[in-house]
Design a protein around this ligand. Structure first.
Ligand code: CP
Length: 332
């Protein structure tokens, strides 16, 4: 049984194959490959793009999707083994996952970081508990550690813009926010770009390092794909010659108090403006997973500029997810 909850389910070669399939589907829609199939989606957190694009992907493939919101008309779910369920959680994953598996043909789960630190994020307890107990293929709708469908859409957008991903200079640049956001998206930018053979620079202020396990995984992919990876605290130098500027907020480690992230003028200067593009290549593009807090994380002038591909990137969620679903069901 196939699952796609982490990039390790595909690896660099698998990602390349799915990107090719997604590009094919975008050129020529494949029709009802998944006629009669139902995707169940359980959301522990809100979504605009992920929910809509998966629902539309299933419709376009001849199937259907059912979306459930944990705690909102659906019981709150406990995922810890041995928990004494005497608080607000009335359902355990040990029943929820196999029961849902009797109704649907594949199951997606969105469960963000529990805010309990790097080690807990790396364990990715909620999505992995569903994966252990589900009897059908699982797909991640974003978890504590990774957002693999976003990572695929990002790489499809890079491939479309530059005709390839190999050697494309991608700068993942930390950005400010009002909250210490989790690292799933920046982790996936690094992992998917490494798997795709990009020339990656991760720029962030001191104290905002990505986790060791993810960095090691990216290095492992680089050994296979030929990617180059470096880390710097110098945003200006990182942006020199960039083809892709991917700006994203993430929290420090250990997690800081919320207002310490935007209260410092030095950190506010990391918010991309047009000035940040002065030394990029002339064909540079700007990416962000969305949603984005305008003029806190990214300036209006960048989001509304000719550099921005954020809408194309969001559209590409649809095509890569159609490819991922076809693969999950053994139709690719
Ligand atoms: N990028 C992304 O996953 O968007 P949503 O949170 O709206 O699904």
């Amino acid at each position: 049984m196939r699952h796609f909850t982490h990039l390790d389910d595909l690896g660099p070669k698998g990602q390349a194959a799915l990107l090719k399939l997604a590009a094919d589907f975008k050129r020529n829609e494949p029709g009802a490959l998944l006629k009669g199939k139902v995707l169940g989606m359980l959301f522990f957190n809100p979504s605009l793009r992920t929910r809509t694009s998966f629902e539309v992907a299933m419709l376009k493939l001849g199937g259907q999707a059912v979306a459930l919101e944990e705690g909102s008309g659906v019981w709150k779910v406990e995922t810890e083994d041995g928990a004494v369920m005497n608080a607000d959680k009335a359902e355990h994953v040990r029943e929820a996952a196999p029961v849902l598996s009797r109704y649907v043909d594949a199951l997606g789960v969105r469960a963000f970081s529990r805010g309990m630190g790097q080690a807990d994020d790396d364990i990715d307890g909620v999505i992995n508990a569903f994966r252990r107990h589900a009897k059908v293929p699982m797909v991640s709708l974003e978890s504590a550690r990774e957002h693999p469908c976003q990572g695929l859409a990002d790489m499809l957008t890079v491939q479309e813009s530059f005709g390839q991903t190999q050697g494309v200079k991608v700068v993942l640049s930390w950005a400010p926010h009002v909250k210490p956001l989790a690292k799933a998206v920046p982790n996936s930018v690094l992992l998917h770009a490494a798997a795709a053979g990009c020339d990656i620079t991760v720029a962030h202020p001191p104290g905002f390092e990505l986790g060791e396990a993810v960095r090691a995984q990216a290095q492992r992919y680089a050994g296979e794909s030929g990617a180059r990876i470096r880390y710097t605290h110098d945003q200006r130098e990182a942006l020199n010659g960039a083809h892709v500027v991917y700006a994203k907020a993430w929290g420090p480690e250990p997690r800081a108090s919320e207002d310490s992230i935007v209260s410092s003028p030095a950190l506010r200067g990391w918010m991309p403006t047009l000035k940040h593009f002065e030394n990029c290549t002339s064909e540079a593009i700007f990416l962000h997973c969305l949603p984005v807090r305008r003029n806190v994380e990214i300036s209006d002038e960048v989001l509304d500029s000719e550099f921005s591909r954020v809408i194309d990137e969001a559209e590409n969620r649809l095509w890569v997810q159609m490819a991922a679903l076809a693969w999950l069901f053994g139709k690719a």
